[in-house]
Design a protein around this ligand. Structure first.
Ligand SMILES: C[S@@+](CC[C@H](N)C(=O)[O-])C[C@H]1O[C@@H](n2cnc3c(N)ncnc32)[C@H](O)[C@@H]1O
Length: 255
């Protein structure tokens, strides 16, 4: 019941972003990644999303993505997939999200060739078996009520030998369940990493710019809620990462 209420709360927030962000200021909706291992030269226009783009960069370079056909499940407002398409040269990139307004935004905002967006549900993917070389999933799965169905759908739409690049957070009490769900799937495990400190560092370093953006686009009565969703320094979510109550994982899985 508590999870269902939380889901509705998040869906309202995603809808709100689509409604108030008239100038396409928000193209990423993740907490970001900071680490000395990331050395990318971003175009001027991408610099404002440095940490969120770095999260995509870090997970997408878990394998060689060049020339591959990739699907992102839970693509949100498409900034991450557009980053991958422009910087890492996959053959094609398809983004899927439950939120119709986010998909409408993506289809209007991005013009790159072989970068497409469709509305759909992570737990019932509307693609043929063995369609993609790579599936990625960034900070979206904590909203799914049937994680096992999502995992088996990802397995189904991947080609034999295809990769699943997965990153998300869970409360420490839910980590065990997630590990069991993943080990019950048919995937081979190639990499298993906790990146909580990198995410926390990114949240710390991006707090100022997140706050400025919230003040710029949201009416005053939404500022505190906006900071809460953006997990800026001092908010309950930030504190949960700082106290290691939330753990952020990165996994590379293979079919
Ligand atoms: C925190 S946002 C992350 C978006 C994007 N990956 C990013 O990093 O910018 C989570 C996204 O997951 C999507 N989502 C939640 N449940 C979903 C489902 N069952 N199927 C597809 N997308 C879902 C939400 O609509 C939202 O856009």
């Amino acid at each position: 019941m508590k999870d269902k209420i939380k889901n509705v709360y998040f869906r309202i927030w995603y809808w709100l972003i689509s409604t108030i962000d008239k100038n396409a200021e928000i193209t990423f909706m993740n907490y970001g990644y900071s680490g000395e291992n990331i050395k990318i030269k971003l175009d001027e226009n991408d610099k404002k999303n440095k940490y969120s783009a770095q999260l995509y960069h870090y997970i997408a370079t878990g394998i060689d993505i060049e020339g591959k056909d990739i699907l992102e499940v839970g693509c949100g407002r498409g900034g991450g997939l557009s980053y991958i398409k422009r910087y890492l040269s996959p053959n094609s990139a398809t983004g899927l999200d439950l939120n119709k307004k986010a998909i409408e935004f993506c289809n209007m905002h991005y013009t790159e060739e072989r970068l497409d967006f469709v509305q759909g549900n992570a737990q019932r993917l509307n693609f043929q078996d063995g369609f993609f070389d790579v599936v990625i999933n960034v900070e979206s799965s904590h909203r799914y009520d049937k994680m096992d169905e999502f995992l088996s759908e990802v397995y189904r739409v991947l080609k034999p030998g295809g990769y699943f690049l997965f990153t998300d957070f869970r409360h420490k009490n839910e980590i065990e369940t997630l590990y069991i769900q993943i080990s019950n799937s048919k995937f081979m495990h190639l990499k298993d990493e906790i990146i909580t400190d990198n995410v926390l560092e990114a949240l710390k370093l991006s707090t100022k710019e997140r706050e400025v953006l919230i003040q710029k686009i949201a009416p005053k009565f939404l500022h505190s809620l906006g900071k809460k969703f953006a997990a800026t320094e001092g908010t309950p979510t930030y504190k949960k990462f700082a106290l290691q109550e939330f753990e952020y994982l990165f996994k590379v899985l293979k079919k």
